[in-house]
Design a protein around this ligand. Sequence first.
Ligand code: ADP
Ligand code: MG
Length: 319
Amino acid sequence: MGEFELIRRYFASAACAAGGEAVALGIGDDCALLAPKAGEQLAISTDTLVVGVHFPTVCDPFLLGQRALAVSASDLAAMGASPIGFTLALTLPEADPAWLEGFARGLNQKAQECALALIGGDTTRGPLAMTVTVFGGVPAGQALTRAGARPGDLLCVGGPLGEAGGALPLVLGEMTAEPSVAEPLLARYWSPQPQLDFGQALRGKASAALDISDGLLADCGHIARASGVALIVEADKLPESPALEALLGAERAQQLKLGAGDDYVLAFTLPAEHLPALSANWPALRVVGRVEAGSGVRVLDGAGADITPRQGGYLHFME
Ligand code: ADP
Ligand code: MG
């Protein structure tokens, strides 16, 4: 199978490659052409996944296709952008039809879920890796950046934390668990749900936002730095996760909620006046802390004692 046949069979003919409202020209020419709505800015983000670094050598290509798209789409959600399209740069060691079929199916399914059109890409030979670049539209000046948090704002998250990290020992085959525990965690890892609608609902409300890819504390550190404020995480307000707690126990579960990456849930700061209306429409929203004057990220227990993890990898959360 030649390069063009491969592109045609698995990607150009996929349902997600049929274009979209803001796609003036899709796959097949030297460039795709995007036509964002008048008054919109383009939001663009790119992510690379490399075998052995970002996913295991042996894994289901369908799940990998879902994940490759989801982690990039989540960046659009974090900016409050509405989805337009994406490109796929794929490096393959060989053209394995079974692998390509599974990968393309997972990618296509997630792309359709996210309303992202496949508009082009590149196909090369080498160690397995994939780069997805996503394009979205956001009304000029309304993108959610990391820089607007103000003392007095609430610190919120859009869903459960630590579950993708908790799934890692299952993904790597180091642990097993019964389906009621394993399945929800594995789904979080392999098929993150980019919070695109939620991100758009936060426009004009959230003062700062991002998606949690490196763990709550690390990513809160980005907001604290960019906004010039301190973020306080209240440990007893972290969302409950029955599956995570069943697999690893309460203490380890809390560590993962604070420090594990890969959740792709939104974290944001919010002036309190917006909370009632948002919570009513988005029941997974949780207030997990607050913004104060100062710098850095601190974790407090229910009694207000500072329990910020300070050892090892956590050091870089401190200013
Ligand atoms: P060029 O040589 O102009 O870069 P290519 O031969 O690499 O073009 O690709 C031909 C067309 O197929 C282009 O429109 C490109 O965007 C698209 N394409 C290549 N690889 C992929 C892929 N993996 N997924 C989707 N579209 C792809
Ligand atoms: Mg090319």
